[in-house]
Design a protein around this ligand. Structure first.
Ligand SMILES: Nc1ncnc2c1ncn2[C@@H]1O[C@H](COP(=O)(O)OP(=O)(O)OP(=O)(O)O)[C@@H](O)[C@H]1O
Length: 515
């Protein structure tokens, strides 16, 4: 694990941070087990406030403070938006710690550092995994719009998330969605000239340019992941569930077509293109494959899952898509049903317990059957033999009961530098297929900042950029007429309204939270 020199932590930046002890909180329940540590639901003893405590894993004390945690803290300290998780403070523990049952952790983890976050009731994976869960179209639009708004904010602030997936999208019982887990995030420069690692983003959500080994990339990588999530929300299951990188690319090419210099100028110069060069040309058939999607959803998905990252739609342009402006409109987050808390970790655990239970029941049944078919020794000759032959539905003698085929969890974690199975050839020509400067028209990524003009997303100020620390307030839902032209709100104040529907608003306002 990469580590940081002590001075990189720059504690002077946050004088009050880290000064409190984790003992100010009572751990209630473990809600997450990430690559970089456990996450607990906890209560602040003094105020009773419920928070999430993310313990920073420091397995090897000599390694020091993990660089991923430093990145996450630094980035979260500069991001303040209602669709980005809020890091409240850092707390420490100096001695043996207590678990949820109040028992001492022993000497194993002597001291530790925790990030304290606002608590969110669900993550999208946990929520989607609830038995019988089906999201309505307005609900999907509502989540997608929040995801894109949060991501647009990150991109405008030159932060790439680099691990967009369901378990990193947190949702509260007010229907608010927030981007979380910035452990792989980093700042980028708009010319995309820096060399960045391509071993990021969980495999199923990883874009083709990273799979082909580019080290020069930008916000378009996150937009590919958003496209995968979008299709998954409508489809009900992951769309590219590859087992490894080559299979991942094949799954993508099978639906999105094979890349060529015609549809992706510069692709042949990407480092590993020749290693993965398709042997036959496959035509793009995304629109046929997802023909059951409605027209506007399909149009948007098509632009998100565009092979060439320079032509892929940006978060800002995606927010302008007709999809968000046509009936049925995105619902008001507050109108969404409230569910019992569901995190991926818990739903996984429940599924495991369920499987274990089923396994035990089957084993008991089998034992029971065996006891009853085992005849007394005296009868074992003669017709007893025939009786023991298994019937068509009888379990095979000695075979283990078949465990119900629960697929591995969708959100596997080949993340970080050690993520891939190591099949890639070592680095190479870093030139990617990006048209950096001034891409011009269309929804792709140019090198410069986002254009100053654009339609603001079709929502009111509640729960959206208009609210919170940056001004605005009051719900714009159900009220009719333009509803987020509040003076001082982040979307500016002028521009034509959208008519009288309840999501109406000005689509030509300025995004003005650029730094
Ligand atoms: N603020 C929060 N409120 C509620 N639950 C949270 C919060 N932060 C994280 N979690 C839960 O813990 C899980 C793991 O958190 P997180 O992704 O930040 O950790 P990680 O170590 O980076 O994990 P991973 O390796 O899965 O990316 C999340 O999927 C979510 O279910």
């Amino acid at each position: 694990m990469a580590i940081a020199a002590p001075e990189q932590l720059n504690v002077s930046e946050m004088p009050a941070w880290g000064s409190r002890s984790v003992d100010c909180f009572e751990k209630l329940e473990q809600i997450g087990e990430g690559t970089y540590g456990q996450v607990y639901m906890a209560r602040e003893i003094k105020t009773g406030e419920i928070v999430a405590l993310k313990k920073i894993r420091m397995d090897n004390e000599r390694e020091g403070f993990p660089i991923t945690a430093i990145r996450e803290i630094k980035i979260l300290k500069k991001l303040h938006h209602e669709n980005v998780i809020k890091l409240k403070e850092i707390v420490t523990s100096t001695g043996p710690e207590k678990d949820e049952q109040g028992a001492s952790d022993g000497n194993k983890y002597r001291g530790g550092i925790y990030m304290v976050f606002e608590y969110m009731d669900h993550d999208l994976t946990g929520l989607a995994d609830r038995p019988g869960m089906r999201f309505s179209v307005p609900q999907i639009k509502c989540y997608m719009r929040q995801l894109l708004t949060g991501l647009h904010y990150c991109h405008v602030n030159q932060v790439l998330h680099r691990d967009i997936k369901g378990s990193n999208l947190l949702i509260d019982n007010e229907g608010n969605l927030k981007l979380a887990d910035f452990g792989l995030a980093r700042s980028f420069s708009s010319d995309h000239n820096a060399n960045l690692t391509n071993r990021v983003i969980t495999l199923w959500y990883r874009p083709p340019e990273l799979l082909l080994g580019t080290t020069k990339y930008g916000p378009a990588v996150d937009m590919w992941s958003v496209g995968c999530i979008f299709a998954e929300l409508i489809n009900g299951k992951p769309i590219f569930p590859g087992k490894d990188e080559p299979e991942q690319l094949n799954k993508i090419f099978d639906i999105c077509g094979t890349p060529s210099e015609e549809n992706w100028p510069g692709v042949s110069k990407i480092p590993w293109y020749n290693n993965f060069k398709p042997t036959r040309i496959v035509k793009r058939r995304l629109r046929e494959h997802f023909r059951h999607f409605d027209r506007h959803a399909l149009d948007l998905l098509d632009r998100m899952l565009t092979l060439d990252p320079s032509q892929r739609i940006s978060a800002k342009d995606a927010l302008d898509a007709e999809y968000f402006w046509t009936d049925p409109l995105p619902c008001d987050p507050k109108s969404l049903p409230k569910y019992e808390s569901s995190h991926e970790f818990q739903t996984k655990k429940k599924r495991q317990q369920q499987r274990q239970h089923e396994e035990n029941t089957k084993r008991q049944k089998l034992q029971h059957q065996q006891q009853h078919t085992r005849l007394p020794p005296i009868q074992q000759s003669g017709h007893a033999h025939a009786q023991m032959r298994p019937g068509p539905n009888a379990p095979l003698h000695g075979s283990q009961p078949q465990v119900a085929g629960v697929p591995g969890h969708h959100y596997s974690k080949p993340r970080g530098p050690s993520a891939g199975p190591g099949r890639y050839p070592p680095g190479g020509n870093p030139s990617g297929g990006y048209n950096h400067p001034n891409r011009g028209q269309g929804g792709g990524y140019g090198s410069g900042p986002y254009p100053p003009q654009g339609r603001a997303p079709p929502y009111g100020s509640s729960g959206m950029p208009g609210a919170g620390p940056r001004g605005g307030g009051g719900s714009g839902y159900g009220s009719g007429g333009p509803n987020y032209s509040h003076g001082g709100g982040p979307y500016g104040t002028s521009g034509a309204g959208r008519g009288s529907n309840m999501m109406s608003g000005n689509r030509n306002q300025q995004y003005n939270w650029q730094q």
